[in-house]
Design a protein around this ligand. Structure first.
Ligand SMILES: Cc1cc2nc3c(=O)[nH]c(=O)nc-3n(C[C@H](O)[C@H](O)[C@H](O)COP(=O)(O)OP(=O)(O)OC[C@H]3O[C@@H](n4cnc5c(N)ncnc54)[C@H](O)[C@@H]3O)c2cc1C
Length: 506
């Protein structure tokens, strides 16, 4: 391949696609190389028998409506992507066992949410409303960050509450707001979506996610997340961008500390900028020549911890959700009410929580007539999953799936086993094979106290150890999730376009 590109994107996950479309819209030539046969990474679907399963998306944050668009909708409209959005009426149902337990179904809409919380936990309303007020200030802070390199003086003078929220944990801020413990626990239901304990994740990050689900409602593309990835693919190609599937990048070419191309299919392909939707661990550990891997980059990746590993069971059932008695799209099932205990329980394979989703409750015709689908997800720490030896893998994987299904039946009082027509189990190695992430985590590095979103955004430039090489994705500045990875890709595209307009094309 003799052609040289302005930008080559390694990997067509959410962030890679978003970066590719962003630079293509800015007039740059772009080539996306993806090792799998379809776009999207986690954002995909797969077919077994007569069912098409959503692979990952429980719910998308920050979509909003046409009248009150969230950041994802605004970005998609800038990108010219037209998605058939569906919305969930309720935010979630959560069932926590134990003496402090509860079974709560929380509605969307800030005032309805606060009313229901007041009913469940008398005396909680003011603190709940204060948390949502804070969320509005947090949102302004994030909007400011999205405008480019933030100026600390402006942050201090105009976004004080935001700074407070980014420098304190969710636990600290909910305590400071005087929220009763039970209400705090219900507010913290979403913690698995960020995969970090609520004593570590900053309030700004956590609360902006909660706010976006409650205020703007959880959104789903009608045709599963594959619809999103295909819309990106089409838009990139319409602008002359190229995408090649089944094409793993085996090298990122770097000389004198500057990236200048990649090797794929045995050929070197040259470019001005490389955008890596693979992890820094993969890039510096396997794709870049050792002598071109700066020590600082290796030290930083060693200091960071890959986030939780996923285990998901996908079920195709030969009964409708009504016949089975399933009423909720999204149910969180916890052992105990304390979110930190729930998080720590992930260190063992025995006491896990579960999130169960029945897509038919949100999109009734998402499976053939007379059927329904459920997917049940849990998480483990790397150490917990490390207990499983290759010899025991199959047995442990099947036993885990069986346990999750039995727990679902027991906790919800719904029988599903007799109606299973298709079952697919994705264990951490399944995700690792498909995504090429450490241990298979789809969540990037855990957002620790020293390594939160604001710190990452502020130090992004000083963490670029190789010239002309950008990293995007869940392991990047904004962490995991669809909305974060789309935003991360878009911000990378803006940076490249700014660099090109300053320095000109090579
Ligand atoms: C079961 C599950 C449920 C989830 N639920 C939600 C949810 O409800 N809401 C939400 O917002 N988020 C959810 N997430 C998280 C979300 O899906 C991810 O955080 C996000 O999609 C990650 O995007 P990414 O850009 O980092 O790319 P990834 O999805 O990690 O994709 C990276 C791509 O790069 C490719 N690649 C890697 N190396 C190479 C190479 N050398 N050459 C070529 N290609 C390469 C991979 O094949 C892959 O396609 C969930 C994830 C899972 C797995």
């Amino acid at each position: 391949m003799n052609k040289k590109y302005d930008v080559i994107v390694v990997g067509a996950g959410n962030a890679g696609l978003s970066a590719a479309l962003g630079v293509a819209l800015g007039g740059l030539s772009v080539l996306v190389l993806e090792k799998n046969s379809v776009p999207g990474g986690s954002a995909t679907s797969f077919v077994r028998g007569r069912f098409e399963f959503e692979a990952s998306l429980h719910e998308l944050a920050s979509v909003g409506t046409e009248d009150a668009p969230g950041s994802v909708r605004r970005l998609f409209s800038k990108y010219g992507l037209d998605i058939d959005w569906q919305y969930e009426k309720n935010a979630f149902r959560v069932i926590a066992d134990g003496p402090d337990g509860y079974d709560a179904t929380m509605p969307t809409g800030v005032s309805d949410f606060a009313d229901e919380m007041e009913r469940l936990c008398p005396g909680s309303r003011d603190s709940v409303l204060s948390a949502f007020d804070m969320a509005e200030k947090i949102s302004k802070g994030f909007d400011y960050l999205g405008k480019g390199k933030p100026d600390p003086a402006v942050l201090f003078s105009e976004h004080r509450d935001f700074l407070c929220a980014v420098s304190h944990s969710a636990d600290e801020c909910l305590d400071a707001l005087g929220m009763p413990k039970k209400a705090q626990n219900i507010m913290k239901t979403y913690w698995p979506y960020l995969g970090t304990g609520t004593d570590e994740i900053d309030f700004a990050h956590y609360m902006s996610m909660v706010d976006s689900y409650i205020r703007r409602r959880p959104a789903l593309p009608r045709l599963r997340s594959h619809e999103l990835s295909l819309a990106f693919e089409k838009a990139i190609r319409d602008l002359g961008g190229e995408i090649i599937y089944n094409c793993p990048v085996t090298k990122i070419l770097v000389e004198n500390g500057k990236a200048y191309g990649v090797t794929a299919g045995g050929e070197d392909i040259l470019c001005d900028y490389v955008v890596a939707n693979c992890w820094p661990d993969t890039a510096y550990g396997a794709l870049i020549e050792k002598e071109q891997a700066p020590e600082k980059a290796l030290r930083l990746q060693n200091a960071r911890t890959p986030a939780s590993l996923f285990f998901t069971v996908y079920l195709g059932l030969n009964r409708t959700s009504e016949e089975l008695g399933i009423k909720d799209y999204s149910v969180f099932l916890y052992n105990g009410a304390d979110s930190l205990k729930q998080y720590r329980d992930c260190n063992s394979l025995d006491t896990c929580f579960m999130i169960a989703n029945c897509l038919n409750c949100a999109i009734p015709d998402s499976s053939p007539e007379g059927t329904s689908t459920i997917f049940i997800t849990t998480m483990f720490s790397d150490e917990a999953w490390g207990e499983v030896s290759p010899k025991d893998y199959k047995k442990r994987k099947n036993a885990m799936a069986d346990r999750l299904i039995s727990l679902y039946e027991e906790k919800l009082g719904i029988s599903i086993k007799p109606y299973i027509e298709e079952i697919v189990i994705a264990a951490p190695p399944t995700f690792a094979r498909y995504l090429s992430t450490p241990g298979g985590t789809p969540y990037g590095y855990e957002m620790k106290r020293w390594d939160r979103m604001l710190t990452r955004i502020m130090s992004a430039d000083s963490e670029r150890f190789t010239e002309r090489l950008y990293f995007v994705g869940a392991a990047g500045e904004r962490g995991d999730g669809y909305s974060s990875t789309y935003a991360n890709g878009a911000s990378c595209a803006s940076k490249i376009l700014r660099e090109v307009s300053k320095n000109g094309k090579n």
